[in-house]
Design a protein around this ligand. Structure first.
Ligand SMILES: O=C(O)C1=C[C@@H](OP(=O)(O)O)[C@@H](O)[C@H](O)C1
Ligand SMILES: C=C(OP(=O)(O)O)C(=O)O
Length: 440
C-alpha cells in the first residue's frame, strides 16, 4: 500500500510459453482465515494467498486474539481456532486496506460479537458502497454506523441479538450473501438469501467443510444459527482470476503455448473460460481433480484468432473480476464485443468500465462505455500511457495488453497488484512478457 508510484513498462509483442502456477485463490484464502479462526480446533491451510488483501483479514483475527502461525513461504498456515464466541475485543481499528471482501464479510461476522469494532479502508475502499450489507444486517438486528454516504469507516456495535431474515438480494453479490450467512451463524432461527443469479459459493462450500449444515435449493441458500464449526484442512487452489491474465495473454500473443497449473475450477468462477471459448480461444482443461472440496485443473492455452461476441448476461457474475482483461481480449478480436448487465463493475476498486474505456482509447481502441457495460471494436492496440487508478486488475490487464500492442505501454499506479497477485511481474517475465518496473 506504500510505493504508490510503482509503474509498469511493457514492451510490445512476445509470446507466453512454459508452465506456471499463479498464487492461491483470494476468496478462499479470506474465508479460510475467518472460518478457521471461529472453528473449534486447529485448521491447517496450504496454498494461502499472501496478498495484502488476505493479510488484512489475517491481521484482523490476530488483533482479536487468534493465534495464527505463518504464512510460511509456500503459504502454509496453522490457525488455532477459538470457537464462534472466542474472539476478544481488538485494541485498535481493524484495517481492511483495499479489500471489499474483508470489509463486507467481516461486517456480518462482527455483528454477532459482544464487543465494538471499527473497520477502516484505503482511499479506494473508503469510496465503496457498504449499504448493501449494512441495510440487510440492520434488518437482522445489527447496529452498524457508516458515513452519510454509506461508505467506510464502519463501526459495528457488539451485543446485538440477531434474528434470521429471508432476504432477496437486489444485486448478484457473493459478498452480500456471505455477510448475511456469516451473521446468520449468530442469529436466532433461519437466515436465507435468494440470489438474482448464481454467485461464487465458496462460503457455502467452506461452511460445509467445517461441518456446518447449509441448504442450497435453486437460488436460495439458508442456514440455522447456533451451530458450531469444526476445524479442518484447507488446500487453496490457484486463483482463476489471476490465471485469467495469462489465459488472455497466451490467447492474443501469436505462437503462445502456456500451461497454467492447479487452477480452481469452481463452476461459479469459470465464466472467463466460457466467454473466451465463445470468442474462439483454444483452452484445454487437463487433469481435472477435486482438492479439498473444490474442483481443480491445469489449463493449456494456445494462441487463437479471437472474434467479438455479445457476452451472455448470465455469465457476468461468474466472470465478474475478469472483465478488465476480457476487454483486452475484445480489443484484439475481430469485430465488436458487447457487454451488458455489468453495472457492478462500476463499484469495484475503481469504476472498471470507465477506467478500462479510458485506457483502451489511449491505446487506440474504440471502447464506448454504457451505463451497464461497454462496446468494444476489435482493432490494433497501439501502446501509450495509462493509469490503473490504483486498481490491481486494471494494472495487470494493461500489462497483458502489451502482448498485442505495436509500441510500449506505460502503466501508472501499479502497487496495488500486491493485493491479489504478489510476484506478478516475475512470473509474467518468466512466461515471456517484456515487463519492467520503476518508481518503487
Ligand atoms: O466474495 C468474494 O470473495 C468476492 C465477490 C465479488 O464481489 P461482489 O460480491 O461485490 O460481486 C468479487 O468481485 C470479489 O473480488 C470477491
Ligand atoms: C473486486 C475485487 O476485490 P474486493 O471486492 O475484495 O476488493 C477484486 O479482487 O477484483
Amino acid at each position: 500500500m506504500s510505493h504508490q508510484n510503482l509503474r509498469f513498462l511493457v514492451q510490445p509483442g512476445g509470446k507466453l510459453t512454459g508452465r506456471i502456477r499463479v498464487p492461491g485463490d483470494k476468496s478462499i484464502s479470506h474465508r479460510s482465515i475467518m472460518l478457521g479462526s471461529l472453528a473449534e480446533g486447529i485448521t491447517q491451510v496450504s496454498g494461502f494467498l499472501q496478498g495484502e488483501d488476505c493479510l488484512c483479514t489475517l491481521q484482523a483475527f490476530r488483533t482479536m486474539g487468534v493465534q495464527i502461525e505463518g504464512p510460511s513461504e509456500d503459504g502454509n498456515l496453522t490457525i488455532h481456532g477459538v470457537g464462534l464466541r472466542g474472539l476478544t475485543a481488538p485494541d485498535t481499528d481493524l484495517e481492511m486496506g483495499n479489500s471489499g471482501t474483508s470489509m463486507r464479510l467481516m461486517s456480518g461476522l462482527m455483528s454477532g460479537q459482544t464487543f465494538d469494532v471499527r473497520m477502516t479502508g484505503d482511499s479506494s475502499l473508503s469510496k465503496r458502497p457498504m449499504k448493501r450489507v449494512t441495510v440487510p444486517l440492520a434488518l437482522m438486528g445489527a447496529r452498524i454506523d457508516a458515513t452519510e454516504q454509506g461508505t467506510p469507516p464502519l463501526e459495528v456495535h457488539g451485543g446485538s441479538t440477531l434474528k434470521g431474515i429471508h432476504y432477496a438480494m437486489p444485486m448478484a453479490s457473493a459478498q452480500v450473501k456471505s455477510a448475511l450467512l456469516l451473521a446468520g451463524l449468530y442469529a436466532e432461527g433461519e437466515t436465507s438469501v435468494t440470489e438474482p443469479a448464481p454467485t461464487r459459493d465458496h462460503t457455502e462450500r467452506m461452511l460445509r467443510g467445517f461441518g456446518y449444515t447449509v441448504h442450497t435449493e435453486g437460488n436460495r441458500i439458508s442456514l440455522e444459527g447456533g451451530g458450531k464449526l469444526t476445524a479442518t484442512a484447507i488446500d487453496v487452489p490457484s486463483d482463476i482470476s489471476s490465471a485469467a491474465f495469462f489465459m488472455v495473454g497466451a490467447s492474443i500473443a501469436e505462437g503462445s503455448d502456456l500451461m497454467i497449473e492447479h487452477v480452481g475450477m469452481n463452476p461459479t468462477r469459470t465464466g472467463v473460460i466460457d466467454i473466451l471459448r465463445l470468442m474462439g480461444a483454444n483452452l484445454e482443461l487437463l487433469n481435472l481433480r477435486e482438492v479439498g472440496g473444490e474442483p481443480v485443473a491445469d489449463i493449456r492455452v494456445r494462441s487463437a484468432k479471437l472474434q467479438g461476441i455479445r457476452i451472455p448476461e448470465e455469465l457476468v457474475p461468474l466472470a465478474i473480476d475478469e472483465f478488465p482483461v476480457l476487454f483486452v481480449a475484445a480489443s484484439c478480436a475481430t469485430g465488436e464485443t458487447v457487454l451488458t448487465g455489468a453495472e457492478e463493475l462500476r463499484v469495484k476498486e475503481s469504476d472498471r468500465i470507465q477506467v478500462m474505456a479510458d485506457g483502451l482509447q489511449a491505446c487506440g481502441i474504440q471502447a464506448q462505455p454504457t451505463p451497464d457495460g461497454i462496446i468494444i471494436q476489435g482493432g490494433q492496440l497501439s501502446g501509450g500511457h495509462v493509469t490503473s487508478h490504483n486498481d490491481h486488475r486494471i494494472a495487470m490487464s494493461f500489462a497483458i495488453a502489451g502482448l498485442g500492442a505495436t509500441s510500449p505501454i506505460l502503466i501508472h499506479d501499479c502497487a496495488t497488484v500486491n493485493t491479489s497477485f504478489p510476484g506478478f511481474v516475475t512470473l509474467a517475465q518468466q512466461a515471456g512478457l517484456g515487463i519492467t518496473t520503476d518508481g518503487e
